[in-house]
Unconditional design. Structure first.
Length: 332
């Protein structure tokens, strides 16, 4: 069904997302400014990642419905309303969950998606007005929430600025990071992440090309900064590098560059809708930014997303084969 009638599972995903974001909303947290209670995830950061993905899926789906004539008008209108409501409620949930990494990722990925959607596939006239309305509404929403955003990020921003000045100044990288780790005035989250990252880099440096494999966890018991008592490194790239080295990072980079190319070419050839490409690339960009400060690649939400992302690239590749766009070759 997903291959021959993809609209059905996509619409089901939108409806499930609609129910989830409504069930997850914490009005008191939004109004009072404290962190929302987690409903579907054990961690507010992971919950925020899921809500951010839903945000990036809704607008392309609505744009598809605006451009297509194959859906009954009543159903189309209902689904557009559901998608827009889901988008704004999910944005509110992201705000209430207080994940600074997700805020940053969404601040990059959502404008990039909006810009792409207004300039692609001859859809400018039909989409520029509704997308403009959504962009203005998002901007107004963010402006109202700006005080709460700054209150949650100001100490982290100041600590990052101080670290940057030390690293680029006379202290250098190693001394600057060590100084920030021992700076009691710095936020605890910043200090803990620096401990984890510094310890991981030093272990990775012992075998930078191929990594340490499963033996990294043995070395982790004698790490340089043991006060951060986690085995999650809070950086998805270091999770890969410490195990598989530069080779592992290069593999993932090449794999997802190839998948993006396949989806792009399938979109150009009319095999998949432009909404599929804008959703795919925006969510991939969003996820790539979130793992700068979190270990989503080691958790169910990240592992399932990476499998799905790779699988969709192969789906587009084989669909292109079926359409005769690719000559099938073998090595033997």
């Amino acid at each position: 069904m997903a291959v021959h009638r993809p609209f059905i599972p996509v619409a089901a995903f939108v409806l499930i997302s609609f129910v989830m974001v409504l069930y997850s909303i914490d009005p008191a947290a939004i109004v009072e400014g404290h962190r929302a209670e987690v409903v579907f995830h054990a961690n507010p950061i992971h919950a925020a990642v899921a809500q951010g993905m839903m945000v990036l899926c809704m607008l392309p789906f609505a744009s598809y419905l605006l451009r297509t004539g194959g859906v009954h008008s009543t159903l189309r209108s209902s689904l557009i309303v559901i998608a827009v409501v889901t988008l704004f409620v999910a944005l509110a949930n992201v705000y209430a969950l207080k994940s600074k990494g997700v805020w940053l990722a969404l601040a990059v990925a959502l404008p990039a998606q909006l810009l792409y959607m207004t300039t692609t596939h001859g859809a400018r006239r039909r989409l520029v007005v509704p997308i403009g309305v959504v962009a203005i509404a998002v901007a107004v929403t963010v402006s109202f929430a700006w005080h709460g955003i700054w209150a949650a990020t100001d100490d982290t921003a100041l600590a990052v600025g101080e670290l940057w000045s030390e690293v680029t100044g006379s202290a250098g990288v190693a001394r600057g990071v060590d100084h920030m780790i021992h700076n009691e005035a710095a936020p605890g989250g910043v200090r803990e992440r620096l401990m984890l990252w510094a310890s991981a880099v030093l272990i990775w440096a012992e075998n930078p090309i191929f990594g340490k494999g499963v033996a990294w966890l043995i070395d982790w018991q004698t790490r340089v900064y043991p006060d951060a008592d986690y085995s999650l490194l809070h950086n998805g790239y270091l999770e890969i590098a410490i195990r598989y080295g530069v080779v592992g990072l290069a593999f993932y980079a090449l794999l997802f560059a190839w998948t993006v190319r396949q989806v792009w070419r399938a979109k150009r050839e009319g095999i998949v809708d432009p909404a599929a490409f804008s959703t795919y690339t925006a969510v991939l960009l969003f996820f790539a930014i979130t793992i700068l400060s979190n270990s989503n690649v080691r958790l169910a939400i990240g592992e399932s997303f990476m499998w799905f992302s790779a699988a969709f690239g192969f789906y587009c590749y084989y669909r292109r084969q079926q359409e005769g766009r690719i000559k099938v070759t073998t090595w033997i």
